[in-house]
Design a protein. Structure first.
Length: 427
C-alpha cells in the first residue's frame, strides 16, 4: 500500500504556525515580488480569492474582508518542510519516504498489516501536527495514483474525513473513482481531460479506469497513459515507483523591483540569477550543458488597464557540461549582449539550465587536459559560506554590489527558524 502525505495550504499553514490569532481567518501568500497569489487558506477560498490571480486585482476583496497577506518566506517554508519530512522518516523509516515536493511525500506502507492502515494514517496525521504544527491530509491506497485520489477526498471534506481516507477495498476504490472528475486524476491534465470528455464522454476516474491500456497508449500519451490505467486498477507501475530526486531543468527568474533600461544592470541581474541557478544545480549534484537567458520588455497597452511585455530569449550550448558558477556566468552575460536593445525598458529576466547530467559522470574531452578539482572546491566553499552566513556574503563581481537583485518581499514575515536575530519571542 502507498500513502501520500500532503500539507494543507502549506504556505498559509507556515504563516499561521507563529501567528495563532490567524487560525480560522483568511490568509493568502504572494509569489515572487508580491505579484500573484500562490497559496490560500480555506477561508480565503470561500471568499472567492482566486488562485494564481494578480494581487492588485484581488486587493479590493482582500481589504474588504481583512484577509492577512504575506510575501513568500521560502527560508521558513523550506525549514518547516524539512521538519515534516524528518517526522515522516522517523515514523515509517527513511527508506520508505519519497519526497515528492516541498509539501508532499509518498510513503511505502507495505511493511504494515492491512488492518492497521487506518489507525496508522491517523497516527501519522496527528504526530506530524503535534511535532511540527503543520496540518496534513493522508491518502492511502494500493498505488500512487489511487493514493492521490484518496488524498483529494480527504482534503475535500476535512471535517467528515478527519483529513484521512484509506482505500483498502475494491468497493471503496470504485466509489472514490466515481466521485473524482477525470480532470482531477493525477497525470491527466486539462488538455487530456477536455479530449476525454468531448470525444469519448469520459467524465470521471471510474470510467477512465475501465478503458484499455491500448486506448490509453494511443490517446493518453503512450506508455505514460498505459501506466496510468494500470495504477487506476490497483496495479503498481514500477516506473512510477522510481524516486524523483533530480530536476530535468533548473530556472531562476525574477521581476525587477523597478524597470531597467541599461545593459549593465541587466547583466548584473542575469549574473545573480545564474549564480542562484548554479547553486541549485550543485545541490542536486548535476551539471548543465545548455544555458538559456530571456528578458521581458515593459510595454504599456493604452487600450487596457494593464501592462504586457514581449519575451526575447537566446541559448548557448556549452563546450562541456558544468556546474561551476564562473563557467556559467560568462556565456549568460554574452547572451545578454545579443538580447539587449538600446532604448528598450525591461521588467523581467531569467536564466534556465538544461541538458542536465550527473556531475560525477561528465564526459571527458579527448583534446583537452582533464579539469582539476580546484573549481569544485571553490564552489563548495562559496556554497557553505553563503548557506551558513546567508545573504550571499560571497558572490562573483559580475553580480554587482550597488543593487540588490533579490525579489521584493515587502510583506514577508520573520524567518523564525533560520535566523538568530529573527527568533520567535515569547513574552
Amino acid at each position: 500500500m502507498k500513502a501520500i502525505v500532503d500539507c494543507n495550504n502549506f504556505y498559509c499553514s507556515c504563516e499561521r504556525l507563529f501567528k495563532p490569532y490567524l487560525d480560522n481567518k483568511p490568509v493568502v501568500v504572494l509569489s515572487n515580488n508580491d505579484g500573484c497569489i500562490i497559496s490560500r487558506s480555506d477561508e480565503a477560498k470561500v471568499l472567492g480569492v482566486e488562485m494564481a490571480g494578480p494581487y492588485f486585482k484581488a486587493r479590493p476583496l482582500i481589504q474588504k474582508h481583512g484577509v492577512a497577506v504575506f510575501s513568500s518566506n521560502y527560508n521558513l517554508y523550506g525549514d518547516l518542510s524539512w521538519r515534516v519530512m524528518e517526522t515522516l522518516r522517523t515514523l515509517v523509516g527513511k527508506q520508505h519516504v519519497e519526497v515528492y515536493s516541498v509539501d508532499e511525500a509518498f510513503l511505502d506502507l507495505s511493511i504494515f498489516p492491512p488492518e492497521e492502515l487506518q489507525s496508522l494514517a491517523v497516527q501519522i496525521r496527528e504526530t506530524v501536527e503535534q511535532w511540527t504544527g503543520i496540518k496534513v491530509s493522508v491518502g492511502v491506497a494500493p498505488t500512487k495514483v489511487l493514493s492521490k485520489v484518496a488524498n483529494r477526498l480527504a482534503k475535500k471534506n476535512k471535517q467528515k474525513t478527519n483529513c484521512v481516507v484509506v482505500l483498502d477495498t475494491k468497493e471503496k476504490i470504485e466509489k472514490a473513482l466515481a466521485a473524482t472528475p477525470v480532470g482531477d486524476v493525477w497525470g491527466v491534465g486539462g488538455r487530456y481531460a477536455y479530449k476525454l470528455k468531448e470525444q469519448w464522454f469520459i467524465t470521471d476516474a471510474l470510467q477512465l479506469s475501465k478503458m484499455s491500456e491500448e486506448f490509453a497508449h494511443t490517446h493518453l500519451g503512450g506508455v505514460v497513459g498505459a501506466r496510468l490505467i494500470r495504477e487506476l486498477n490497483s496495479i503498481p507501475s514500477r516506473e512510477m515507483e522510481d524516486e524523483l530526486v533530480t530536476k530535468k531543468m533548473i530556472a531562476t527568474t525574477r521581476m525587477f523591483g523597478s524597470p531597467v533600461d541599461n545593459i549593465h544592470d541587466i547583466k548584473e541581474a542575469v549574473a545573480t540569477y545564474t549564480s542562484r541557478a548554479a547553486e541549485k544545480l550543485r545541490r542536486q549534484q548535476s551539471a548543465a550543458s545548455i544555458i538559456s537567458v530571456f528578458v521581458v520588455t515593459k510595454e504599456e497597452n493604452h487600450n487596457a488597464s494593464f501592462h504586457h511585455g514581449v519575451t526575447h530569449s537566446r541559448y548557448a550550448t556549452l563546450p562541456a557540461a558544468t556546474s561551476l558558477t564562473n563557467e556559467l556566468i560568462k556565456p549568460a552575460v554574452s547572451l545578454v549582449d545579443q538580447l539587449f536593445q538600446p532604448g528598450t525598458v525591461y521588467k523581467k529576466a531569467g536564466v534556465m539550465l538544461s541538458g542536465l547530467v550527473p556531475d560525477a559522470s561528465i564526459q571527458g574531452n579527448l583534446f583537452a587536459a582533464p579539469a582539476n578539482n580546484c573549481g569544485r572546491k571553490l564552489m563548495a566553499m562559496i556554497d557553505n559560506v553563503n548557506f551558513s552566513q546567508r545573504n550571499d556574503v560571497l558572490k562573483f563581481a559580475a553580480s554587482g554590489t550597488s543593487r540588490d537583485w533579490k525579489m521584493r518581499q515587502e510583506l514577508r514575515s520573520p524567518r523564525y527558524t533560520t535566523r538568530w536575530e529573527e527568533l520567535y519571542v515569547v513574552k
